[in-house]
Design a protein around this ligand. Structure first.
Ligand code: NGO
Length: 463
């Protein structure tokens, strides 16, 4: 099982075999959760129930497998859904479930994966297929990086040129990743994810990483002159102008549209690598913009550079640069702000596994599977203790990606490692155990056509 459950009490001599014909009962609120597990019925040997689970929390579940059947209980449908993922892993192959009791709940509330749609666009069908692979490991947030220098991937009514020029042919890195989501497609993806208990976190990156917006609307540039589109992978050269009112009309229109289309609680405003924005302009800009998510009912999230500004209550800081100390992030945590841990040298899925990895980057070093696994989010920054860690998230930037197979190659098996970092108690985790457990997924990924990396760190069964 990945992630390793919080508590497992095996009953060695006992098994129960599940098949598509096994009768499965579930409360109406969780019927969709049980679909595909067996045959839905009013009663049967496999029972899903919504009940009090003695403090296992909104995502926790209790699973008991005896010779006569299976009982899965949770306080909320989300808990039943994660319990079903555990059952599916246990049943993989022959349907024989090992007897015993599992009591499980996540260590952190936020377990995320990020997909960069700006440097290379992925279609709604590709995003949905990715969600289906992520939820097997109890990932519950999908962060979509929707805008950057090389592309603008979400329709914003009233601002049509954003997607006409930022989503058209020739956009993305090397011009190889055109496309954008209409608002209806975005909502459809959000709903698909929500049915699988995944919250979409949309990101509109600003005040830097905005060349695509400046190309579309030259009135947003400092001198009002047009700028050329860019398809290279440079960073830090574009900026919204802190001293122009046009900037804030644009930002507010965009953030309101995205907030209205997003049921989840978070709105990510980027804030990273504003190398062509002065420190003063950066703070001026954020003083105007950071309150906007709150105005529209959301919590602002930003890359950790935002910790240089005054952070409204509820703002979430996403730590990413692979440094061992960050006094500004420490101070934000001390002031009660929550932190999402995404250290690039551990969880950036776009880093190469090793020197021979054909795609990916290496600016934060190589990230073999063990490196993605063997760290503790509550010990990464001295001033960010367990209570300040909202969770763990693995970004996948798409400068070098050209399709879904590239996404899968960099995601598996590292994402399961990060999923366990975010879910399992630290004392239940060990690399020796993980590398054995993850090996069993190789044949399953092969059967499902998932283009995972057969890392030499793992003794995969022969394929
Ligand atoms: C950085 C940068 C991104 C790059 C990525 C590549 C952040 C937060 N900003 O991470 O624009 O795509 O590295 O690894």
């Amino acid at each position: 099982m990945i992630p390793a459950p919080a508590l497992v009490v095996p009953e060695p001599a006992v098994t129960f075999t599940i098949s598509p014909e096994t009768a499965v009962s579930a409360p109406p609120a969780a019927a969709a959760v049980a679909a595909g597990l067996g045959s839905l019925a009013d009663d049967g040997p496999v029972r899903l129930q919504l009940t009090d689970t003695d403090g296992l929390g909104p995502e926790g579940y209790r699973l008991e497998i005896t010779a006569s059947g299976v009982s899965l209980r949770a306080a909320e449908p989300a808990g039943l859904f994660w319990g079903v993922q555990t059952l599916r892993q246990l049943a993989a192959g022959d349907g024989v479930l090992p007897g015993g009791v599992i009591e499980d709940r996540p260590r952190f509330a936020y377990r995320g994966a990020m997909l960069d749609l700006a440097r290379h666009f992925f279609t709604p069908a590709e995003i949905k297929a990715h969600v289906d692979l992520l939820v097997q490991f109890k990932i519950n947030h999908l962060h979509l990086h929707l805008t950057d220098d090389q592309g603008w991937r979400l329709e914003i009514p009233g601002w049509p040129r954003l997607t006409e020029t930022g989503g058209g042919p020739g956009t993305g890195c090397d011009g190889a990743g055109p496309g954008f989501l209409t608002l209806a497609e975005y909502s459809d993806v959000v709903a698909y994810a929500a049915q699988r208990f995944v919250t979409v976190v949309p990101e509109i990156d600003m005040p830097g990483h905005v060349n695509a917006a400046l190309v579309a609307y030259p009135e947003l540039t400092a001198d009002g002159q047009p700028v050329p589109p860019r398809t290279d992978a440079e960073v830090g050269y574009s900026s919204l102008v802190a001293g122009k009112e046009e900037t804030y009309a644009f930002v507010e229109a965009v953030l309101k549209t995205v907030a209205d289309a997003t049921p989840g609680p978070y709105l990510h405003i980027g804030g990273d690598e504003c190398l062509s924005t002065s420190a003063e302009d950066y703070r001026t800009f954020l003083a105007r913009v950071l309150p906007l998510p709150g105005k529209y009912g959301k919590r602002a999230v930003g890359w950790h550079e935002i910790a240089a500004a005054d952070l409204p209550e509820g703002t979430v800081v996403q730590y990413w640069r692979p440094e061992e100390q960050n006094p500004a992030v420490d101070a934000a945590a001390a002031a009660g702000r929550e932190v999402i841990m995404s250290p690039a040298d551990r969880v950036y899925l776009d880093m190469k596994y090793d020197a021979s990895t054909p795609i990916g980057l290496d600016w934060a070093g190589l990230v073999p599977v063990e490196r993605a696994y063997d760290w503790d989010p509550a010990r990464r920054l001295p001033g960010v203790p367990e209570e300040s860690v909202l969770g763990v998230a693995a970004p996948l930037w798409s400068e070098t990606l050209r399709g879904p197979a590239d996404v899968q190659f960099l995601t598996f098996p590292r994402l399961p490692a990060v999923a366990e970092v975010g879910w399992s108690p630290q004392e239940r985790r060990s690399w020796a155990s993980f590398r054995e457990r993850v090996a069993a997924f190789g044949p399953r990924w092969e059967a499902a056509g998932v283009a995972y990396f057969r890392s030499p760190e793992i003794d995969w069964p022969a394929s």
